[in-house]
Design a binder for this molecule. Structure first.
Ligand SMILES: [Fe+2]
Ligand SMILES: [Fe+2]
Length: 477
């Protein structure tokens, strides 16, 4: 009984502190609307907010978050009373309108950070097309590193109860994917500017991806087949992260180890932040000098990670994955090693990286190949450059045809592979979406497993979408 009483009184205390913090932030926001940043009038409310945060931090982490229409301090819901209603409504609106769903004040937060944060919020125009990115950009410009924000993911809680479950799951997957890409954009910009990485933000994104992977793997993996050349590097990082996580999950890794693997995969090309865009985007083949420079990126990524505060076991495992991602199973690749051992994380990230690069890269004199061709290429080198057992695991994730492949059915219909078959025995039988009928007319077609459709169909060939002018992306999302 005693622990329950203790828990209740702790909850009541946290709610009290949380409501006080909301009220103090409200006063600070209102004051900042009338006075410029350096004005003495702003000092007192800043000091009060900091005091409130410090009190909370003596007990728990100081994180304010929005769930639905409610504000929470950590897991404690802050039900506003009449006196606190306006403060709660105002703060929620200010955060929501910038798509900020969570704010964490770290232990190192200072009065200067708090003052700067409030003005960054003002500068992040809520009418901007992507207010969250604008907010991140303002925080970055102001070098606010002891306050971390996360994007608001609307509708997440409703996903399990909504009647239109499929579309909600897809929406949730898309938002999580977007979050991973945006976290990575932030990380690459910070690294290039020599600023600290928002490690915790990335860790949370990876943890969300892992949770979602357990319930809706196909929705998430489907997104990796999306070929888009804006934000290519960041999307590549998100794809390699998802593919590595799916492989790690099949290998039975615990959620703790999956988180480490996901971080290694997300950060695998971090070192590219130190290379000039002209080298990374060069369409023709690299000269030997350029190639040598390009090959420094695994080591450059390691040095960026090694600069992180609190380097521990988890970061050292992430570092191995980043360092080894261009090493092949036969120890060819780079950087050249004086020993013959590659960690499991290194081998997984390397395979995921190779698959995604083959299917999406159009730089350095290479042309992207279709997913099934990429799989065939990898299989042709199984046991040499590519670890054969791990390759089987990758194939079980993306299927023999590869997610996003355009296939011809024996009925004459054209279809896109939208979901792999979770049963490894049926890897050749993915779920497809028909996009053109036998006469070649574009249709908003059915989704089915060809062998189980009525009448049953079979996949007879894969087709190059560029030959037919089909944009496969839009059928995947
Ligand atoms: Fe790389
Ligand atoms: Fe890569």
């Amino acid at each position: 009984m005693a622990p329950e009483i203790f828990r209740d009184s702790m909850h009541a205390e946290m709610v009290k502190l949380g409501k006080a913090l909301v009220a103090q932030l409200f006063v600070l926001l209102k004051t900042s609307a009338h006075y410029s940043e350096g004005h003495a009038a702003v000092q007192l409310p800043v000091a009060k907010v900091l005091e409130g945060i410090r009190e909370i931090q003596q007990r728990e982490e100081a994180t304010l978050r929005i769930k639905g229409n409610h504000l929470y301090l950590g897991d404690h819901r802050l039900r506003p009373d009449a006196a606190g209603y306006e403060a709660s409504r105002f703060l929620s609106h200010e955060l929501k309108s910038r798509q900020v769903g969570q704010v964490t004040f770290t232990a190192e937060v200072t009065a200067a950070d708090l003052r700067s944060f409030v003005y960054a919020l003002k500068e992040a125009d809520e009418a901007a097309p992507d207010p969250y990115s604008r907010m991140l950009e303002r925080m970055q410009a102001r070098r606010i590193v002891h306050i971390e924000v996360e994007m608001l993911v609307e509708g997440m809680e409703a996903a399990d109860v909504d009647a239109d479950k499929l579309s909600d799951d897809r929406l949730k997957a898309r938002l999580l994917y977007k979050k991973a890409v945006s976290a990575m954009e932030n990380v690459m910009a910070s690294t290039a500017a020599g600023q600290p990485i928002r490690f915790r933000e990335c860790k949370r994104v990876v943890q969300h991806l892992i949770d979602h992977l357990y319930s809706h793997e196909s929705c998430l993996l489907g997104l990796t087949a999306n070929r888009c050349h804006t934000s290519y590097g960041e999307m590549h990082a998100a794809n390699v992260c998802l593919l590595s996580l799916a492989m790690g999950k099949r290998l039975g890794l615990s959620k703790f180890h999956l988180c480490e693997l996901g971080m290694a995969a997300l950060f695998h090309d971090l070192g590219k932040a130190h290379l000039p865009a002209a080298l990374l985007d060069k369409e023709s083949e690299l000269t030997p000098e350029e190639q040598a420079r390009f090959e420094t990126h695994p080591l450059k990524g390691v040095s960026s990670l090694a600069m992180l505060k609190g380097l521990d076991k988890m970061t050292s495992r992430i570092i191995s994955g980043v360092f080894e991602h261009h090493l092949m199973a036969d120890f060819s690749g780079y950087p050249r090693l004086p020993y013959g051992r590659i960690t499991l994380f290194g081998r997984i990230v390397s395979l995921a990286d190779n698959y995604d690069t083959l299917t999406s890269s159009r730089v350095h004199g290479r042309t992207a190949v279709s997913p099934d061709k990429a799989i065939r290429y990898l299989l042709s080198r199984a046991g040499q450059e590519f670890d054969a057992p791990l390759l089987k695991v990758l194939v079980s994730c993306v299927g023999l045809h590869g997610l996003g492949s355009l296939v011809l059915l024996d009925s004459g219909e054209l279809a896109v592979v939208v979901e792999t078959n979770p049963d490894p025995v049926e890897a050749a039988e993915p779920r497809v979406r028909v996009i053109a009928d036998a006469a070649g007319r574009e249709t908003d077609g059915d989704v089915f497993v060809p062998g189980r459709a009525r009448p049953p169909r079979a996949i007879v060939a894969t087709v190059d979408p560029s030959l037919l002018g089909f944009e496969v992306n839009r059928y995947l999302l």
